[in-house]
Design a protein around this ligand. Structure first.
Ligand code: MLT
Length: 424
């Protein structure tokens, strides 16, 4: 891609809290004219080396004429080189390319040069491009280019791609192709609760984000609300150039799915409501949120996990699946306290979605774990019967975290529901 008009050089600590998709890697050799006898490559040499690697990666992928074909050009606006080790003539470096942020008109890439012979990290580059049109004006990134650079599909299981929404970056696990299936996790959990569904629902583009304040997404301070979460997800769909998705919400994720219906109805193609409810908190419920906020602030996320895990998991799971108990404890224990407090406030203040139910006119599936203590089957039956033509399935042997406790059964009922949907 094009050379850099204006450069800044300083050492930076790169934000490493989430691995992102590796789009391609190429090998480049260090030439004698690029470095001195002490192994010092100057900034210009590094910029050229990284630029060479970018063009090479494009040549091996969509072609070096990608931008010209689409009538746009990536103008480099800022670049920062971070030196780690000397590089000598003849060293072969593997340059990995990752998209860190994909905005409407901007693209931030991160490149790492790793010495092949010993795997040592030699240098890194952080570079921001703005897409410009023929007149030099910023222009939206065409979907074809977003697809190439955004790491649309996570490269390897467990690798997350970060996408900017308003005031935060969300880490997202994405797999597969086809119509979109957005999987919204519950509280105080993260995308990994959907691991089985994300791994196996072939024929669908599965998108499982960490909500703001959860997992490895940003956890900004401030007031969270179901509206903020719903807007984040609508923006995420924008970033991914997705018009409509089947929206699956687990518990708090269901509260957010209702809010998506209120605020972004045209984006919801069908609805899957898992272990969730439509009514708002009553006075006792709100008091319970306040108490938990106090616990989180004073004792941290692990204390929240200790209190919640026995209620989140079904009796059978607690007795027979100790690995799931540990997994959920660890998941909650690493949730940022800001995010826990934010989510508790959002749930405490969420609106009553009961009046919305009769207006839901998209295909809907309600799923509940037979041992769910937080949302008993009777409440789920009432939810399903208030939504015109909703179907309901109860998952035996599972509690409130049915997608994780009985993954195969939940994936099967979701797959059957998806198969019956009219294809867009
Ligand atoms: C959840 O699983 O998202 C929460 O338990 C929901 C809630 O506390 O209302």
């Amino acid at each position: 891609m094009c050379s850099v008009p204006k450069l800044q050089f300083r050492r930076i600590i790169l934000n490493r809290h989430a691995p992102v998709s590796r789009l391609s890697s190429v090998e480049v050799t260090v030439y004698p004219y690029e470095c001195d006898a002490y192994g010092h490559m100057n900034e210009a040499a590094y910029l050229q080396l990284f630029e060479r690697a970018r063009w090479e990666a494009l040549a091996r992928g969509p072609g070096q004429d990608l931008f010209r074909r689409l009538g746009v050009w990536p103008a480099a606006r800022r670049a920062t080189v971070d030196y780690q080790l000397p590089a000598f003539p003849g060293d072969v470096l593997r340059v990995e390319l990752e998209a860190e942020k994909l905005g409407r008109t901007s693209l931030e890439l991160h490149q790492r040069a790793v010495r092949i012979k010993d795997g040592a990290l030699v240098a890194e580059l952080q570079i921001v491009f703005v897409m410009i049109d023929g007149e030099g004006k910023p222009t939206p990134i065409p979907p074809e280019i977003a697809t190439v650079f955004s790491g649309r599909v996570s490269a390897r299981p467990g690798e997350l791609v970060r996408h900017d929404v308003e005031g935060a970056a969300l880490a997202v696990d994405m797999r597969g192709d086809g119509p979109a299936l957005l999987l919204i996790h519950g509280f105080p959990l993260d995308h990994s609760m959907w691991a089985h569904q994300v791994a196996t629902l072939a024929g669908w583009r599965r998108i499982a984000p960490d909500l703001r304040g959860a997992g490895v997404s940003d956890a900004p301070d401030g007031v969270y609300s179901v509206a903020t979460y719903a807007d984040d997800l609508a923006r995420l769909l924008d970033r991914l150039h997705i018009e409509r998705a089947v929206v699956a919400g687990h518990s708090m994720g269901g509260y957010i799915a209702f809010e998506m219906l209120r605020r972004h109805r045209s984006r919801v193609m069908a609805l899957i409501l898992v272990d969730t409810r439509a009514d708002a908190d009553n006075a006792d419920g709100r008091k319970g949120r306040e108490d938990m906020i106090e616990v989180a602030r004073k004792q941290g996320a692990v204390a929240v996990a200790d209190r919640m895990v026995p209620r989140l998991l079904g009796r059978s799971t607690q007795q027979t699946q100790p690995n799931i108990v540990e997994q959920v404890k660890a998941m909650i224990g690493r949730t940022p306290v800001t995010g826990i407090v934010g989510a508790l406030g959002a749930m405490r203040d969420r609106p009553d979605s009961t009046p919305l139910l009769p207006t839901i006119d998209v295909p809907t599936l309600v799923v509940v774990g037979a041992e769910d203590e937080l949302i008993p089957s009777a409440a789920s039956r009432a939810l399903a019967s208030a939504i015109p033509s909703a179907a309901m399935t109860t998952i035996p042997g599972a509690g409130h975290l049915a997608p994780l406790e009985a993954p195969t059964a939940v994936t099967r009922v979701i797959a059957e529901f998806l198969e019956a949907l009219p294809r867009p």
